[in-house]
Design a protein around this ligand. Sequence first.
Ligand code: IMP
Ligand code: ZN
Length: 367
Amino acid sequence: MSKQQLQQAVQEQPGYSTWLPFCQLLPKVELHAHLNGCVRASTIRELVHSQQLSSLSEADIERITSTGHRSLADCFVLFDAVHQLTTKHDTITRITREVIEDFAAEQTTYLELRTTPKDRPEHGISKRSYMAAVLAGIQQARQAQPAAGMLVKLLLSIDRRNDAAAAMDTVALAIKLMPAGVVGVDLSGNPSVGSWATWLPALQHARQAGLKVTLHAAEVANYEETHAMLDFAPERLCHMCVLDEALQQRLWASNIPVELCLTSNVKTNSVPGYVDHHFKQFYAAGHPVVLCTDDSGVFGTTLSQEYAIAAASFGLEQQQLIELAARAVEYCFCSEQEKQKLRQQVLDFREAWQQQQQQQQQNVAPT
Ligand code: IMP
Ligand code: ZN
């Protein structure tokens, strides 16, 4: 069996589908979702066919909406293609609302959505108007089920293609929008582009202003940069796929929570397969981790699916999945009061689950 067949088998194995209904009911928090990576395939098709963009060929559309394996480099070509479709304020509002609704529909109680504010003068879009459109989408999603009760916060992403001034401008915008729900800043984009020193002043400024920081780190081998990132000590890290022994020890000693995105890493070949994913090592070492989707649209996954894959790949019990969901709440960038509400939702679920377990045991007990 090839590696690829093995990976597919994990998703198809009975264990995986048995886990899915439980994982769909589990109250979950999503801490790593890129807005333009989460656009529904149906929306992409509709946007292309509504002639909003005629420069994309059928092959391009197929490439965007297929959720198979692709290299990390190809992913960034793909993001640029998606960005060509989201060039109107109305569209940005719409995709924001849809992404929130999709997460809410699978019992996501809290969503930290991240996006890169974009200056696109050719389309009449500035970073500020882009963010106004995103906020309008959040507002619209709140007005009806399924998202009415879900808490949504924002992280503004600095793209690794940004120079120091552009990064600083994004941070200035993030600070301005803190009252509107921006809780942090992220560094993302093609890991082979740019250098850490460029964005460091902006990230330090964000921190001084009270924003939290999460960094895409060690997606590819770049030990020097990963050491510098650990020196900075962000509140969270993402991926951490390629570490040497020294970095692994430093990470574990730091206790910094890591956002782990199984399907994203498998589909970009950043790890050989689900069962080999470093989740297993981190979890066994007791390092804080949180399961996330990264780009649910591009990688054709959902948060429930990621929990189900973890259960099937690493032999987790229901009790351990509840524990994972409970611990993830502690890594959210929201206020303590907001966390309290999220904790309670997991506790209520745990209580109902325990009652159900007891009832099942009584039903099978010999009379
Ligand atoms: P946006 O920020 O809403 O436009 O979401 C898409 C962007 O997120 C991409 O252009 C990348 O900059 C970033 N992104 C999405 N997935 C990844 C990833 O796996 N690694 C690094 N950056 C990513
Ligand atoms: Zn990401």
